[in-house]
Design a protein around this ligand. Structure first.
Ligand SMILES: Cc1cc2nc3c(=O)[nH]c(=O)nc-3n(C[C@H](O)[C@H](O)[C@H](O)COP(=O)(O)O)c2cc1C
Length: 355
């Protein structure tokens, strides 16, 4: 049996294989109020029918101001539970595990959809004031965030906790915290975007304080048996910025705080980043964090074929793989990959005649 299609157990959750659907913003929420609807049912449901072991809802904001765009998903009110639950339940009926990525976009909030050129959404067009650890814009032409007060930070930690409680109510089985790609958690971690002089800035210990408070609040709101993942930008590819050594130290702390898997992405916090793209270019981060912090990791980024994914796991570089664009191209990728790796995939009964 291939490693890719060997189940993995994290806490009380057994996931049937190690192909996970990476979170992908759809910018398609209903009526600008964060609710998932028919698009998300079809999008996520198809990937569950396609055989992925875990299917993750895109970055879902814990407050309205934490959305990248007005079209993002959100889970800031109890009314969202009824919209998430049927989709989570459908994913479960297909034998996949429904997960959610809880997020706050920080200084990168209030933008247009990518297909509307993704620029800053002005307040007169429905945009809003953005927040961050320090009043430093992401780039020229980007808004200067309002520096969060300690009271604001306490409120945000509470928002993450409530979002976790609602996720549990929605029958979601795994929570991932989005601390990558230059969004709020990542902004606190990086010495480039966090130049605070209080207990939330300066030393490594202080910069990791807010993300760890979020982890503690969320972990506390989750049943003991439910796994918690954290996505990080393993490096920001900028001198004097957050780097892989920092990620290894942080991963050790996350493990101590009850995190079960580190989803190892990179970049997104500085326009000065220089990334050399190649197949599996982020896998070495997953490998080092797995080895040196002794915690399960997920590899993501330009993983597109079955043999490549299998080798990553066989060589002990990661415990699972997360695929994004390849699964947009082909939601049935896992069914074909399993066959290619030598076993018979179980297709949905309705599709069995095509297997
Ligand atoms: C349409 C799209 C939306 C994305 N949205 C998110 C997101 O909500 N959260 C996140 O952490 N990453 C997001 N990403 C990044 C992917 O999860 C993934 O890390 C990245 O695309 C690299 O994987 P790939 O080469 O398999 O596409 C998005 C990527 C795409 C293509």
């Amino acid at each position: 049996m291939s490693k890719l299609f060997t189940p993995i157990k994290l806490r009380g959750e057994t996931i049937k294989n190690r192909v996970f659907v990476s979170p992908m913003c759809q910018y398609s929420a209903d009526k600008f109020d964060g609710h998932p609807h028919a698009w998300h049912m079809v999008h996520l449901g198809s990937r569950a029918v396609g055989g992925a072991g875990l299917v993750m809802f895109e970055a879902t904001s814990v407050t309205p101001e934490g959305r990248i765009s007005p079209w993002d998903l959100g889970i800031w009110s109890d009314s969202h539970i009824e919209s998430f639950r049927p989709i989570a339940e459908f994913i479960s009926t297909q034998g996949s595990v429904p997960a959610i990525q809880l997020a706050h976009a920080g200084r990168k909030a209030s933008h247009k959809r990518p297909w509307d050129y993704g620029n800053v959404l002005a307040e007169e067009d429905g945009g809003w004031k953005v927040v961050g650890p320090s009043p430093l814009p992401y780039d020229k032409g980007e808004p200067t965030p309002i520096e969060l007060s300690k009271e604001d930070i306490r409120e945000l930690v509470k928002s993450f906790r409530l979002a976790a409680e609602r996720s549990v109510e929605s029958k979601i089985k795994v929570i991932e915290l989005h601390f990558a790609h230059g969004y709020l958690g990542c902004e606190f971690l990086s010495p480039l975007s966090n130049q605070r002089t209080d207990m939330y800035g300066g030393s490594f210990e202080n910069r990791t304080r807010f993300p760890l408070e979020v982890v503690d609040a969320v972990r506390d709101a989750m049943p003991e048996s439910m796994p918690l993942f954290v996505r990080i930008s393993s490096t920001e590819y900028v001198e004097d910025g957050w780097n892989v050594e920092d990620s290894i130290s942080f991963a050790k702390k996350l493990k101590d705080h009850g995190v079960d898997l580190i989803d190892c992405s990179s970049g997104g916090n500085s326009p000065a980043q220089k990334i050399e793209l190649s197949p599996g270019y982020q896998v070495p981060f997953a490998q080092r964090i797995r080895m040196e912090a002794d915690i399960p990791t997920g590899a993501v980024g330009l993983i597109t074929n079955a043999e490549q994914a299998e080798q990553i796991l066989v060589e002990g570089k990661a415990d699972v793989v997360l695929l994004a664009r390849e699964l947009l191209r082909n939601p049935y990728w896992p069914l074909y990959a399993e066959k290619e790796l030598g076993s018979n995939a179980v297709w949905a009964s309705q599709y069995a005649r095509a297997a």
